[in-house]
Design a protein around this ligand. Sequence first.
Ligand code: BG6
Length: 471
Amino acid sequence: MPNPHSDALVFFGATGDLAYKKIFPALQSMVRHGKLDVPVIGVAKAGWTLEQLKARALDSLRTHGGVDEVAWPKLAALLSYVDGEYGDLSTFEAIRKQLGSAQRPAHYLAIPPVLFGTVVEQLVKADCATNARIIVEKPFGHDLQSAQELNRILHTFFDESAIFRIDHYLAKNSVYNLVSFRFSNAIFEGLWNRDHIESVQITMAEDFGVQGRGAFYDATGTIRDVVQNHIFQVLSNLTMEAPARNDSESLRDEKVKVLKSIPPVTANNLVRGQFEGYLNEPGVRPSSTTETFAALRIDINSWRWQGVPFFIRAGKNLPTTCLEVMARVRRPPITDVSPESTPQNYLRIRLNPEMAVAVALSATPATGAKRQLVELVAAQHSRPAEMEAYERVLSDAMAGDATLFARQDYVEEAWRIVDPVLKQDTPVLPYAPHTWGPAHVDDIICPPGSWHNPHSGETEQVRVVQPVRPA
Ligand code: BG6
């Protein structure tokens, strides 16, 4: 059978934060949707009992999405718990015992990458690795070298086809649908190249800080936390060529090809910022130079994109929470009016918190009136919660569908692009919370026509966005 379903789920880190916020709600949804009816074994070193784990799961559901009176009892019945050290073989022998007759378990490592090596080695020793799948959480490594080392460790025991590297952005409906949106709408795809697009901006803004994750964040920073993974996934979905075939490897091949055409980011194409007050966050080092904001320019040296700059901006404590792509279209060769009085067309794709596609057109509302930029908005207001992304990735991994996971070569290419500049210790500029980053970003990196600052709130179906200034 090509892709047999996993017949048990073992998740390491069962008492941790991720389990509490995302994994239990996802497991409950999987049960509700008929995607999970195999043993679920939580593993951690907390000195807990199964009853304590169930109490924690219930609390997690109450806080994150609610308890489903039908699905929760079913999930509780599937749940078991192994408490023990990851370095201790007896922990893994206990897992093997709990697995019972299961022959194809999926092992989900919701634990720090530094423990991956120990865990996979013990899984092999305790005979839990045969026909198994390994699901790993981001961040996948800290730089290119550590990612290569993690890959080496995993590949010692597992084939690439059995390794599922999670990037939950890949499973967000809006991000995933970018590919089908592009290739099923010839009206856009014809414009979507260097002949018509002048520049592209991708902004991932969050209006909150590090939310108690100071220690993690301080060792990570914006580029490692969201740019190298989440934003690059958006970037590659936006810029890849159509896959030759409709299978996971053809799609992943195209994504890797895009990254291969991107040269490493240089120091003069990066601004790093840190919000004022960050140094007082618990867990943050007193003189930390970790960035909580990054703006960078990326070039894609492909036939489609050569000469079109891509500007990426991401950060904590910005004015709004939003993920938005904005592509400015080259101006037409109008001769009767000055370019300044012809507002520039653009395409705006909002991916979070709601999904929307908007096209900004230059229109003359009445005879003799000045041109105005009018946005035609096709908005879809369903908000795919992150929980759904986790439900999807766990279900897909257990079903052996690798489409929504980062392949080894992709992860390493993504690190290659940011690794050199991360090691250069570039300056970190302060910014006031709830502003669009350091005051001088625009002096260093500024897209043609300026940065586009997404606003919060849903968009109207048609709106005038930029009345033309009087001549
Ligand atoms: C996580 C990052 O991977 O993604 C967080 O560690 C970030 O810092 C989060 O806030 C954003 O995810 P979402 O789904 O809330 O947009």
